[in-house]
Design a protein around this ligand. Structure first.
Ligand code: SER
Length: 685
């Protein structure tokens, strides 16, 4: 059976059992606790937890997954056996409060033995030590006595918190000729009974409904059904490996097989992730992808290859899997550009870093590379620790990991001390009731507030004098404290009709809004002052912020729908906007973007500011920043029918108020991320 046929047999079977068939969700989960979609259940977490309604009682799909970081991490296994992958496809069926243990086990067994005609004698099953019920069902359905195991083997969850429950796993016997148990017995299906929700303290609460989550690796099924013991020998991989042989000009041999496997696996992980919108970077999932890409390059080098590799191989991935995952082909140009930039940047670093290592190796005394050198390789040449370990491992040299970590934390400490300033001092105050800034959107221009704290010269003081440079916290304010990329308000604190303080900028540390500036009179903790924001500047900032939303909408029109915000800074009359895009914009594209924004400005479209539940906002299709945490009630800013975004910033009420927009510059800031600077309002005019 080809892998295409296996997917079809699986989905047809569950469709015939009343399941709704749905396409794979993105590899980027809508879930801040996970870096990637690690299992088929990830998109359904809300349904399992009962916070989202189920759209069908029974669902089945084939889900793209990556396990390369966090709780589920198979990265280190890849290449050294035939069964592990960072990217894989998970065949899965779900019951959302519909069938439970009986139904799940019966259907798994029927598909394996009746449809796929696998020999029942070659299968063994495990259940959780506490799960009498499943054990009994296995006796009845298959005449099998389950092996009972503990939490480590038979309790499943996607992350440290969230839905979880006992599971039953089915193993296939690849033959007595395999001496190693793990090679012989391969897990081919996992049926999880999602019954509990685990909170951050580890407490289990029963879920509102009893659910089923099953998962089976397509790659393992392909091996089993194609008579192979190694997943990398199946039709999912042979063409990718041949393409690699062609490009590196070396044939696969038993000695170099691990490198071919690593490259084929990493090509899939990097290609699929970038097609879904991940950009290689130094943080979070971007960093995982960067590391994977660099490991692949290193293996290319071990095969004697120089220069870019995965970007040359990507078309082979599109040819192999593009029919099942059209996003691969649709994104081809962008993905290849991003991989190429990343590979080119790393190629130089790799050469220089290896030169440094070659100099250091002769000095090594006890077979251990000092941690500072490993850190220098990381810091200066971008070598992840595991890459250094891998290169040295070939020479039986290890790395002083503790020393590496010490060097890393020392450097973090240094940069924290440089940039943090008074922030830590305020952080020590955040236990106190914070500032009520709910009036920051109110047109009301002044309000009476009490002084909670005054910080002067790095010390909290009860009182400060005229001329002192201070930071002041109030119990309530209508100043907007720097947040979400928008700079804070400026203005004054007033008492007895006289200015007490000129506020240059309001910032924010957690729940405290901090007014920074210079006192024009004595100020004491407990004093009542009136807050007065600079309305002209507020208006200029509001123009810039709404213009930022128009800019994003225009880029999506002119370039493509996948352009996404990566960062922004909104200042009075000026915008800096970072977004995902793989190449420089042409002059014509820049002009078209600017023209479109100015057309929308001239159309005087109303801009609505509404509060609603996060669910209502999602339903309306409001765009959100990935990775941002949102409360249950959110603000939605809608400009005519062209832009709708979740946003806590301040905005104009009509696009006409923006007056004019002018793009000043467009440039690259890192691979796959571009930056536009734009002026608006009178500045632009
Ligand atoms: N979530 C379970 C797993 O990943 C079953 O789908 O194994």
């Amino acid at each position: 059976m080809t892998y295409d046929e296996i997917r079809k047999v699986f989905l047809d079977f569950f469709e015939s059992k009343g399941h709704k068939i749905v396409p794979s969700a993105s590899l980027i989960p809508n879930d801040p606790t996970l870096l990637f979609t690690v299992a088929g259940m990830v998109p359904w977490k809300g349904i399992l937890q009962g916070t989202e309604p189920a759209f069908a009682p029974r669902v089945a799909d084939v889900q793209k997954c990556i396990r390369a970081g966090g709780k589920h991490n198979d990265l280190d296994e890849v290449g050294f056996d035939g069964r592990h992958h960072t990217f894989f496809e998970m065949l899965g069926n779900w019951s959302f409060g519909d069938y439970f243990k009986d139904g799940a086990i019966e259907m798994s067994w029927e598909l394996l033995t009746q449809v796929l005609k696998l020999d029942p004698a070659r299968m063994r099953v495990t259940t959780h030590i506490s799960d009498e019920e499943s054990t009994e069902i296995w006796r009845r359905v298959a005449g099998k006595e389950a092996i009972r195991l503990g939490d480590k083997d038979n309790w499943w969850s996607a992350g440290d918190t969230g839905p979880c429950g006992p599971c039953t796993e089915i193993f296939y016997d690849f033959g007595a000729e395999f001496e190693n148990e793990d090679d012989r017995w391969v897990e081919i299906w996992n049926d999880v009974f999602m019954q509990y929700d685990r909170d951050a303290n580890g407490n289990l609460t029963p879920l509102p409904k009893q659910n089923v989550d099953t998962g089976a690796g397509l790659e393992r099924w392909a091996a089993l059904l194609q008579g192979k013991v190694d997943n990398y020998d199946t039709d999912l991989f042979v063409n990718l490996i041949h393409a690699t042989e062609d490009i590196v000009g070396v044939k696969k041999t038993p000695e170099n097989t691990p490198s071919f496997k690593v490259i084929a696996d990493h090509l899939r992980a990097v290609g699929f992730a970038i097609a879904d919108g991940v950009i290689p970077s130094n943080t979070d999932r971007g960093y995982v992808i960067r590391r994977i890409l660099r490991r692949a390059m290193r293996h290319g080098q071990m095969l004697g290859h120089r220069g870019v590799l995965l970007s040359k191989l990507y078309p082979a991935l599109v040819a192999e899997m593009g029919h099942a995952y059209p996003e691969l082909g649709r994104e081809e140009k962008r993905v290849v550009e991003i991989i190429q930039n990343e590979e080119n940047a790393f190629a130089d670093m790799l050469q220089n870093g290896i030169k440094l290592l070659d100099n250091e190796i002769p000095k090594i005394q006890n077979g251990i590379l000092p941690g500072e050198i490993a850190f220098k390789l990381f810091d200066t040449y971008g070598f992840p620790l595991d890459l250094t370990q891998m290169i040295l491992g070939e020479k039986n040299i290890s790395v002083d990991v503790a020393g590496f970590e010490r060097a890393m934390s020392e450097q973090k400490e240094r940069s924290r001390a440089n940039t943090k300033g008074t922030r830590t001092l305020w952080e020590s105050q955040t236990e106190q009731p914070g500032t009520d800034d709910s009036s920051k959107y109110a047109p009301d221009n002044t309000m009476a507030s009490r002084v909670l704290a005054i910080l002067r010269n790095g010390e909290f003081v009860p009182s400060a004098a005229s001329g002192d440079e201070v930071e002041v916290a109030l119990d309530k304010t209508n100043f907007y404290g720097t947040q979400g990329g928008q700079v804070g308000d400026s203005g004054e604190l007033v008492a007895d009709n006289k200015t007490v303080m000129n506020v240059a900028e309001a910032t924010r540390v957690d729940n405290i809004v901090i007014h920074k500036g210079v006192l024009a009179a004595e100020l004491n903790v407990g004093d009542i002052v009136y807050t007065k924001i600079n309305t002209a500047t507020r208006q200029q900032t509001a123009r810039a912020h709404t213009a930022t939303h128009l800019l994003q909408a225009a880029l999506r029109h002119v370039l493509n729908e996948d352009v996404e915000q990566r960062g922004s800074k909104v200042s009075p009359d000026a915008v800096r906007f970072d977004f995902s895009f793989g190449r420089a914009m042409t002059d014509a594209e820049k002009q078209a973007t600017e023209d479109l924004i100015n057309k929308w400005i001239s159309e005087n479209m109303p801009v609505s500011h509404e509060e609603m539940s996060l669910d209502a906002a999602k339903q309306r299709g409001a765009m959100a920043l990935f990775g941002e945490k949102y409360g249950d009630v959110v603000k939605v800013i809608t400009a005519g029918d062209i832009s709708c975004e979740l946003c806590g910033g301040t905005h104009v009420y009509n696009t006409g108020e923006i007056l004019h927009a002018h793009i000043n510059k467009e440039k690259s800031i890192s691979s796959g991320v571009r930056r536009i600077t734009m002026s608006v309002g009178t500045m632009a005019e």
